[in-house]
Design a protein around this ligand. Sequence first.
Ligand code: SF4
Ligand code: SF4
Length: 397
Amino acid sequence: MTKLDFLERYGQEDEPYVCASCGNCTLVCPVFHELKWESYGPRGKLHVVKSILEGKSEFGKDFAHKIFLCNLCEHCTSVCTTGISLDRFWEVVRAEVRERGFLPAPAQFVLKSLKERGDIMWMGSADRLLWMEDIEEIVKGRILKKAKVAYFLGCNVSLKSQLHDVAKSMVKIMDYAGVDFTLLGDKEVCCGAPLGWAGNLKDINEMAEKNLEIIRELGVETIVFSCPSCILTWSEYSEYLKENQNIELLTASQFISRLIRERRLSFEEQPMITPTFHDPCISARVLKATEEPREIMDYIPGVYHVEMNPSRQNTRCCGSHGLLDVVDPILASKIAEVRLRDVTVTPATRIVTECPRCILAFDLAKFTTNYDILVQDITQLVASSLAPKDEGGAKDQ
Ligand code: SF4
Ligand code: SF4
C-alpha cells in the first residue's frame, strides 16, 4: 500500500509539492551532516514521500526507520524557503509509521512507558519525589499547595539522578527570592511531547490536560519549566491554556530574569567564570528565548560569557531531541560531539544551557571526546552564585 491519505487528515498533503528543492534544509541538518546521504536529509525524505504519493516507491520499513533518524530540531523548518513546517510534517509521517506497525522498538517502549507509568523511563510516580532528598526544608508544604507560581520539572529533571541538582537549584532560587510556589510532586506526569515524537499525535491533548487539571485546582497563574519541549507541548496541545491566555509559561531563565529585575536575587563575586551558552533548539527556534540566559550571566559579577558559533536561532542541535537518543544513540552522540567541538575553539571553561536533554547529551559526549568541560544548567550557575542570605540575600542591587 502506498497511498498516503493520512497527509490529508493532517492538512499536509501539499507539502511535498511545495518544496522548491533549494537544499537549505539539507545544509543545516545534523543527521545529513553525519550520514552524508541525501535520502537521510530533509529534502531527500520529502522527495521520497512525494514518490510514495505518486506510487513510485513503497512506504517500507527502511523509509520508516529513516523518518526516526531525525532530531525534530526545527532547523530545517527555520530555513525552509517555501515555509514548510517540516517538524510537523515529520511527526505526521511518524504517526503513519506507527499506524503501519513499523515503529522502532525504542519508540514502542516510550509509548508503553508513557501509557503505563506516566513517564518515559518506566519509573513511576513515587520516583518523582526522590530529587527532594536533602532539601526537604525548602519543599516542605509546597507540594500541591495553592500558589500563583508552579514549577514543572518534566520527566528528565525529576527522574534522572544526574539532573536532580537542576530541580534543587530552581527551588533554592525561588525560595531565596521569597516566591510563593507550588510543586506537583508525584502527581506530575509527562507533558506528552514524546507521544508526538513516537507517532501518537492523537493522545497528546489528553496527556497535556492531566497536569492542567491540577494546575487549575491550585489557582496557578505562572508555570516555570526546566525543559523547553514541555513548554512547547503545553502551549500547543492544552485546550485550557489556549482558552486562558492569562496563564504564563516561562523558561527558567525568563523567570530568573524577572526575579533579577525585581531585585530579589543578590549575587556574590565569582572567581572569573567563563561560560558559553548553548541555545537549546526549541528555546531558540520556537520559543525565541535566547536573550534572558545571556542577561543573567552578564549580571553575575565575575562571570564573563563568551559566544560560540553558531548560536541563538542558528544553534546546532545536541543530538538528543525527538527520540534520536534512544533510536540511534551512536548517531545522537556523534551529533553532540560536533557541538562540543564548537566549544573547543572558544576560551569557555563551561557550557551553560537550559534543557535537560542537552545536558545529558554533552555529559555523554565529554566521555567520547575526552573533552573535559563542566556542563551546567543556567539554574545551577545562578544558585551557586547567590550571596549568602545572612550577608544580605535578596537585598537591592
Ligand atoms: S528536524 Fe533537524 S534533524 Fe530532523 S530533518 Fe530537520 S534539520 Fe534534520
Ligand atoms: S528548504 Fe524547504 S523548499 Fe528548500 S529543499 Fe528544504 S523543504 Fe524544500
